[in-house]
Design a protein around this ligand. Sequence first.
Ligand SMILES: Cc1cc2nc3c(=O)[nH]c(=O)nc-3n(C[C@H](O)[C@H](O)[C@H](O)COP(=O)(O)O)c2cc1C
Length: 225
Amino acid sequence: MPTLLHINASPRGSHSSSLKLARTFIDSVRESSGSDVDVETLNLFDSGALPEFGTTAAGAKMAIFSGQQQTSEQTRAWDAARAVFDQFAAADAYVFNIPMWNSGIPYVLKQWIDVVTQPGWSFGFDPQAGYTGLMTGRQAVAIHTSGVYAPGVPPAFGRDFSSTFFADWLDFVGIQDATHVRFAPTVLGSDPEQARLLAVSKLDAAAPAFAARLAAAGVLQPAAG
Ligand SMILES: Cc1cc2nc3c(=O)[nH]c(=O)nc-3n(C[C@H](O)[C@H](O)[C@H](O)COP(=O)(O)O)c2cc1C
C-alpha cells in the first residue's frame, strides 16, 4: 500500500522543533483530507536504522558502474541498501524534518541519501544525456530549522548548505514537486516564536494541496467510522 514516509533527521525527540513542525504538518494534512493517512516514520538517528555504506557497499556500487560481478559480501551490502531504498520507493509522498548541522544536513540524512541514491534505483545515467531522476510523480515537504542562521543574516552568523543541498538532491532524484519551509532562527534572533508561527502558517497553507495530491495518488485511507 502506498504510504506517506516521514523522515526525521533530528535526534532530539520531544525537544526537536523540526519534528514538532513535521507532526503539525502531518496533522494538518489529515485534517485537510478528512481521511486517515498511512504514515510511516523513519527516525534516522535510531540505532540500526541504516546500514553502513563503507568499503563493501561502495565496492558493490562501483562493480555496477563498471559492469563487474559483485562478490557475495558486496551483494549482501547491496541488498541491505536496497531494503532502505524499497521503503523510500514504496511511498508516494515524503515529509522531511531537517535541522541544520554545521551549515549542512545531519550526517545520518547524508548516510540515508548515500544509501538510496543508486544507479537504476533513484537515478539513471546516460553518457550523452547525463543523469535522470527516477523518483518522479512524488511530492515532498522539507522542514528546515537552524538555531542561528536565517536568510539575510551576515556571513558571520553562518551560511546555508543544508536546504540548498537537499533541494538539489530532491531534484536530482526527480522529486520536483517539493515545498521547503524554514523555521529560523530557532534560538537566536529577536523573536523565535514569530518565526515558528510563520513556519506553521506556511505549512498550514501547503497542507490542502499536499492532501489533494495524496488523495489523487490513492494514498488516503477512508476515515474510520
Ligand atoms: C551538532 C549541531 C550543529 C548545529 N549547527 C548549526 C549551524 O551550523 N547553524 C545553525 O544556525 N544552527 C546550528 N545548530 C542548531 C540547530 O540547527 C537548531 O537548534 C535547530 O533548531 C535544531 O532542530 P531540532 O530541534 O529539530 O533538532 C546545530 C545544532 C547541533 C546539535
